[in-house]
Structures are given as structure tokens and as C-alpha cells.
Design a binder for this molecule. Structure first.
Ligand SMILES: O=C(CO)[C@@H](O)[C@H](O)[C@H](O)[C@H](O)COP(=O)(O)O
Length: 201
């Protein structure tokens, strides 16, 4: 029955979030500290991902610049997923396997102290691996959100990078938790910058 199927989504999503609250709070706190260090020293966040994760990257950049739940000064952030001309320009554009266009933007815009935020369920996308390599070339910190085990992205991170891997195999569940993680990042940064306070409804 359809209602039961829908209810099961709510139950499964809540179960995963409950289960992940404890294990993910430590890497999320580390990501908040990395982001704070970046934005308070004049750095910027570059966010990327493919498909649904591109939308989440854009949402995150919008929260940084336009605000999350509280009034605060704008934080420097941009999504690398929003320029269709650049993303489809060849060679190395969307028509080529293993697009270089995220990596190119990182090399063009990234500076030491900036932060790359990459989102991927599998953790195996070649264009995100290339962007991570470019970020390391620029001495940027990398924060990666993935599904279970982190995939290839998890394996190339440095000690100062942060891996937030959601312990589930179903893409929809992983993306739901990614959305929650991004909210935690925004709230954590706001709390550190502005002090803890009740959020009005
Ligand atoms: O986001 C959607 C559907 O909207 C997917 O089809 C998505 O484009 C693909 O899974 C991409 O390859 C992204 O994969 P992943 O990096 O999340 O593993």
C-alpha cells in the first residue's frame, strides 16, 4: 500500500539519522572548525558535486552568502556547478569522460587557505577526484561528504582534510543525511561566529 511505503521512507530516514548522529558529529565538528578557519582568515569555500549533489552544493553556497537561519555578514562561498557555459566547454567539458571543469575552476580560483567541499554518494566521480587533486595543489583543505566508506575520494584525503561518510548504501538516504550535514555546518559556523542562541521559529 502506498501510504505504508511512504511511512517506511520516513522511518528509514529517521533511523539512519538517529544512528549517524553520534558517529558523524565528530567529523562534522571538524568540518565546522575547518570552515571557520577558512572564512575568518579571508578564505573562501568552493563547493561541487554531480546531479543531485550539485543542487546541494549550490544550496550550501547560497546559505553561506545569503544566510542560513540568522543574520550575519556574508561568508565567501561559491558553487562550481552553476556555470553551464564553462561546464560544457571543451576540451575536458561535460562531453568528455572525467570532466576537468571543477578542477580547472579550483586551479583558477583556489588559494592556500581556501576550502573545497565535495559531495558524492559513491565517492568515485573522476571530476571530483580531479578537483580534490587540484585543491591539494593549491594547499586547500578538502571536506568530502560521501556514502558508506568514502570511496576513492575518501582514500586520497590528507590528514588535515575531513571525510564525512554516511553509513548507508541507498543514494536517497545518503543525500537526505548530506542535506542535514550541510545544515549542521551552517548552524555550527553561525554559532561559533555569533554565539549560541535559540533560533526563533
Ligand atoms: O543525482 C542524480 C539524479 O538526480 C544521479 O543520477 C547523479 O547524477 C549520479 O548519481 C552522479 O553520477 C553522481 O553520483 P555520486 O557522485 O553521487 O555517486
Amino acid at each position: 500500500m502506498l501510504e505504508q511505503r511512504i511511512q517506511q521512507h520516513f522511518i528509514d530516514s529517521a533511523d539512519l539519522k538517529y544512528q549517524a548522529a553520534q558517529t558523524l558529529s565528530t567529523p562534522i565538528a571538524a568540518a565546522v572548525q575547518a570552515m571557520l578557519a577558512c572564512v575568518t582568515s579571508g578564505g573562501k569555500v568552493l563547493a561541487c558535486g554531480n546531479g543531485a549533489s550539485a543542487a546541494e552544493a549550490q544550496q550550501f553556497a547560497a546559505f553561506c552568502v545569503a544566510g542560513f537561519e540568522r543574520e550575519r555578514p556574508e561568508l565567501a562561498a561559491m558553487a562550481l556547478t552553476a556555470d553551464s557555459t564553462l561546464l560544457t566547454a571543451g576540451p575536458g567539458g561535460a562531453q568528455d569522460p572525467g570532466s576537468q571543469q571543477f578542477a580547472r575552476q579550483v586551479r583558477a580560483l583556489g588559494q592556500a587557505g581556501d576550502l573545497l567541499l565535495a559531495l558524492s554518494v559513491s565517492g568515485n566521480d573522476a571530476n571530483l577526484l580531479a578537483a580534490t587533486e587540484a585543491a591539494h595543489e593549491r594547499d586547500m583543505t578538502v571536506v568530502v561528504l560521501t556514502g558508506r566508506n568514502g570511496g576513492q575520494l575518501g582514500a586520497v584525503l590528507r590528514e588535515t582534510d575531513v571525510l564525512i561518510s554516511v553509513p548507508h548504501d541507498r543514494a536517497a538516504r545518503v543525500r537526505e543525511v548530506h542535506a542535514l550535514v550541510l545544515h549542521c555546518l551552517c548552524d555550527g559556523v553561525d554559532a561559533q561566529l555569533l554565539g549560541e542562541q535559540e533560533i526563533p521559529l
